[in-house]
Design a protein around this ligand. Structure first.
Ligand SMILES: C[S@@+](CC[C@H](N)C(=O)[O-])C[C@H]1O[C@@H](n2cnc3c(N)ncnc32)[C@H](O)[C@@H]1O
Length: 222
């Protein structure tokens, strides 16, 4: 089990998500667009403080959160039912949920491919998984975003090791670090979990994407 790195930063993260509300609104826009309306449980995987519970509920789903960090779950409890758990070993039966959403968390996991395989296990056949994350090509220690008009990528794009190097010195990654997941690894993780990508979206300021999102589906027969 990975260490709950957010316990020491949960109160800060709660304030931070409000400080970056324009960014978070765009995150929620992708989530709402790709998840779409539905009924039944939507697992909010790595739910953190539950910042997206209202969006999921507003679409008709019943959000249920799982997160490793008790500090984060303290905030989440007022927003949705939660369980403490590990993304690669979820406290759910196989095929239990029709939807899973994982938002802004893939760079927190040492093995996102394993988390997607576990998400695929708990998804019912025909169920959907929505991923919203920082853009794998344009956000990370390897991407110099100091010029609003252009981004410079360096050789660290290929480096998958955990790092506290961060393009935003006062953001999340300078506190908890990140595992970079290059684009090919991310897409191969989806197909490797037996999921089929249905739609992809990206967005960002000045036309330079900082978010990458997709909806994938568990086939009815695999
Ligand atoms: C950047 S926060 C995102 C929280 C929330 N999804 C949001 O968008 O605000 C990443 C979350 O992933 C959780 N996390 C990291 N590793 C995890 C793991 N192995 N299993 C479950 N949760 C994990 C952290 O505790 C943290 O709350």
């Amino acid at each position: 089990m990975t260490a709950p790195a957010y316990d020491a930063h949960a109160d800060w993260y709660e304030t931070y998500t409000r400080d970056v509300s324009v960014f978070m609104d765009r995150v929620r826009g992708h989530l709402a667009d790709l998840l779409g309306p539905g009924r039944g449980t939507c697992l909010d995987l790595c739910c953190g403080g539950g910042a997206h519970a209202a969006t999921i509920r507003g679409l008709g789903w019943t959000p249920v959160g799982v997160d490793l960090s008790q500090g984060q779950l303290r905030w989440a409890r007022g927003r949705l039912p939660v369980a403490a758990g590990e993304a690669t070993g979820l406290p759910l039966a196989g095929g239990a949920v029709p939807a899973v959403a994982c938002v802004l968390a893939h760079t927190d996991l040492p093995d996102y491919a394993a988390a997607l395989r576990e998400a695929a296990r708990v998804l019912a056949p025909g169920g959907r998984l929505v991923h919203v994350g920082v853009h794998p090509c344009f956000v990370g220690a390897f991407a110099d975003r100091s010029d609003a008009e252009k981004i410079t990528i360096d050789a660290r794009y290929a480096d998958r090791s955990h790092t506290f190097d961060a393009w935003a010195p006062h953001g999340v990654r300078a506190r908890v670090g990140a595992w970079h997941v290059p684009l090919a690894d991310l897409l191969n993780a989806v197909t490797g979990a037996g999921l089929r990508i249905e739609r992809v979206a990206e967005s960002g300021p000045n036309g330079i994407a900082d978010l990458f999102a997709f909806r994938a589906r568990k086939p009815v027969t695999s």
